[in-house]
Write a protein that binds this ligand. Structure first.
Ligand code: B12
Length: 210
């Protein structure tokens, strides 16, 4: 079994203690950090499908998430570069009612690596909290909203609308997460969408310069 296949199997099995060592071994064997990350993201897809099929439950899903997070910690220095320039501040969070944060954390990491000062509000963030963060932080150029549940899409819409109606200016709003699409982003009035963390960084840079 290849090292990446071993990492994937252990993420799926939720082996948080084993994953960091295996990720390091995969790096040492010459695998690119991006390929190892893609493998772990695949594993989360498998876990989600098994959850849908009733083959595993929330505790197993949580263990897989913990295992992936530990693996990402090892990859972090290999995925991000030091950026000398500052593109301004990016406020990021997962919208109200939603506790999923792996994708949001990856997006935050990539935004930081391209030169944003990232203010991470965490998960289950209300629309008011997003607006307060824009008011309270200097030079906010981007607000990034993450959401993984179809049931929290109304909260994402409310967040975008609250930000747009706040009277505050100088920033753009980007949205993302598995159920989000460009069409949905357009419909709720967001300025940008990207399907993954790398795309989020590209889109944020483009909008911050616009
Ligand atoms: C791990 C997980 C959990 C963990 C989360 C732990 C954590 N710390 O995040 C736990 C166990 C807590 C959990 C709970 C629940 N979950 Co859950 N979970 C997952 C799972 C398996 C993986 C999610 C993940 O981390 N993916 C990997 C990351 C890297 O991908 P990502 O988040 O999509 O992020 C990428 C992009 O979307 C994008 N992106 C993300 N955010 C942003 C933001 C911006 C601005 C941009 C531009 C891009 C962007 O970039 C990221 C990196 O490339 C998914 C299955 C799946 N296929 O997604 C189900 C899934 C999301 N969960 C689901 C469900 C139903 C639940 C529960 C309701 C289960 C329950 N009965 O309690 C609860 C809800 C809790 C809550 N209130 O939030 C469903 C959602 C169904 C739906 N359509 O709404 C899924 C799809 C599983 C399924 N197939 O049924 N879950």
């Amino acid at each position: 079994m290849s090292k990446i296949a071993e990492v994937k199997a252990m993420v799926e099995a939720g082996k948080a203690k084993l994953v960091p060592g295996l990720v390091q071994e995969a790096l040492d064997a010459g695998n690119a950090a991006g390929d190892i990350l893609a493998g772990m993201i695949d594993s989360m897809g498998v876990v989600g499908d098994k959850f849908s099929a009733g083959e595993l439950f929330v505790p197993e899903m949580l263990m897989a998430a913990k295992a992936m997070s530990k693996g990402v910690d090892v990859l972090k220095p290999h995925l991000t570069g030091e950026s000398a320039t500052s593109l301004g501040t990016c406020v990021i969070g997962t919208v109200a009612g939603d506790l999923h944060d792996i994708g949001k954390n990856l997006v935050a990491m990539m935004l930081e690596s391209v030169g944003f000062n990232v203010v991470d509000l965490g998960v289950d963030v209300s629309a008011e909290k997003f607006v307060d963060a824009v008011r309270e932080n200097d030079n906010v150029k981007i607000v990034a909203c993450s959401g993984l549940l179809t049931t929290t899409m109304p909260a994402m819409k409310e967040t975008v609308q609250s930000l747009k109606n706040s009277g505050l200016t100088g920033f753009k709003v980007i949205v993302g997460g598995a159920p989000v699409s460009q069409a949905m982003a357009d419909e709720i009035g967001a300025d940008g969408f990207a399907p993954d963390a790398g795309g989020a960084a590209v889109k944020a840079k483009e909008l911050a310069h616009a």
